[in-house]
Write a protein that binds this ligand. Structure first.
Ligand code: PHE
Length: 447
């Protein structure tokens, strides 16, 4: 199939917005602030930025070039280089990871959607009652999934690019509005101090692992979303410039999200280390107590819902692109099929917050819910694992000569010192560092 019939971006700007839309999601606005709060504020931020630039960005270039080289989904991209043997299973891992992350991501995304109305209508329902209400969760889940399907259904230009162009510019505007509000609260500066003063004493092996995991999740790396988005890129586009813009945008949004949240948290005398509940429990309390909180709260959850939607569409697009390229399925059929499977796997996740005892406390895994298990396996393990294997595949199987040539198509200057540095990082540093982080994670090595 030629690249034209499978779709392509209308412009570089459209690609950058779509890729930034994929990256900027719940990972930046929900996960980043609470992980930062739990891990010592600024010290964690610095560590995160290091992980993004040392490991994330080089892998992003690898994924984008692999995608554009083949104009294919992750499985097809690997098969174009290694038609036989086991490498193609790395592609399958990516496709499966996209589907499974989407299955629980949609649940949280549905909550953000529900919270827009909860805040706006001043509904006093508590988070516990909200998250254990199975019919409500099912309804929100289906609504959000249908929105995601609706966008992907429209294809690359008419769906993903078009909606990214509409939705993405709204994000920074809402965010800045909330920051101004948050910073003007009494006692806000204490939150700023917490956020900006690094406490390196809290950094451990575990913190490094969390920072690296966050670098993958937040930048949509390690499962082939960027291979797939790269596959719709024109050969004349500059992968380095476009990729760097995407990452920089994400870092700015993450960093700003902290300024929206911590000053308000401290101003209201709350703890920044509340974990995952920060956004759905603590913030609503804060919004309720603040003058003007109704408007700000509604805007905040709208912001989250928009960010989540543009990420969810990239998660859905990976398995859809796989079915279109490899199984010759029509986009509309593929989109409904993947959406249906997502829904089936989403049900146990939706029941993980108390609605079902079994899924809330898995009998075979102490203190772990089905939702927690999915996020651990696919969000925390599969992405860095995929990233490690993609870097090995690109550097050792495809080879740096081929990869360099692809990247240089839109950027001749890459062939100098840049390609040498990238080569060393992708060939040695990325696989080795990720491997060691895994050793820590499994407890085979201790800090
Ligand atoms: N990057 C998205 C977020 O921050 C999540 C995501 C992960 C999307 C992996 C695509 C692939 O919310």
């Amino acid at each position: 199939m030629s690249s034209n019939t499978r779709g392509s971006w209308g412009s570089r700007f459209g690609f950058v917005l779509a890729a930034a839309g994929s990256a900027v999601g719940l990972g930046h606005i929900w996960r980043f602030p609470y992980v930062t709060g739990e891990n010592g504020g600024a010290a964690f931020v610095i560590l995160y930025i290091l992980c993004v630039f040392m490991i994330g960005v080089p892998i992003l270039f690898a994924e984008l070039s692999l995608g554009r080289h083949s104009h294919k989904n992750p499985v097809g991209a690997i098969k174009a280089i290694a038609p036989h043997g086991v490498w193609k299973y790395l592609g399958y891992l990516g496709v499966a990871t996209g589907l499974f992350i989407l299955s629980y991501y949609t649940l949280i995304a549905g909550w953000t959607f529900g919270y827009i109305f909860k805040t706006l209508l001043q509904n006093p329902v508590t988070f516990d009652d909200f998250s254990t209400n199975a019919p409500l969760n099912a309804l929100l889940y289906v609504i959000f999934l249908l929105m995601t399907i609706g966008v992907v259904y429209g294809g690359i230009r008419g769906g993903i690019e078009r909606w990214s162009k509409i939705l993405m510019p709204i994000l920074p505007v809402i965010l800045i509005f909330i920051i101004i509000y948050s910073l003007t609260l009494e006692g806000a500066m204490e939150g700023v101090r917490f956020y900006l003063r690094p406490d390196f004493s809290v950094i451990t092996g575990e913190t490094i692992m969390i920072a690296l995991g966050q670098a993958f999740f937040a930048n949509s790396l390690g499962m082939g979303a960027m291979i797939t988005y790269g596959s719709y890129l024109d050969k004349k586009e500059n992968i380095i410039a476009a990729g760097t813009t995407v990452v920089a945008f994400g870092i700015v949004i993450s960093f700003l999200a902290g300024f929206a949240i911590f000053p308000a948290v401290f101003a209201m005398g709350k703890s920044p280390a509340e974990g995952a509940a920060l956004v759905f429990v603590i913030l609503p309390e804060i919004f309720e107590a603040m003058p003007g909180g109704l408007l700000i709260g509604t805007l905040f959850f709208l912001l989250l819902a928009i960010a989540a939607l543009t990420s969810a569409i990239s998660l859905l697009e990976v398995p859809v692109a796989f079915l279109i390229d490899e199984r010759k399925m029509r986009r509309k059929v593929a989109t409904w099929l993947v959406g249906g499977i997502t829904l089936i796997f989403g049900i146990p996740s939706a029941l993980s917050f108390g609605a079902s005892d079994f899924f809330s406390n898995l009998p075979f895994w102490t203190d772990q819910s089905f939702f927690g298990m999915m996020d651990y396996i696919f969000g925390s393990i599969a992405l860095p694992l995929g990233g490690m294997l993609f870097s090995i595949f690109v550097a050792w199987r495809w080879g740096l000569v081929g990869a360099n040539k692809e990247i240089a198509l839109g950027n001749e200057t890459f062939l100098g010192i840049q390609s040498k540095m990238w080569g060393i990082v992708i060939k040695y540093i990325c696989p080795i560092v990720i491997f060691f982080v895994f050793l820590f994670q499994t407890g085979l090595l201790t800090w």
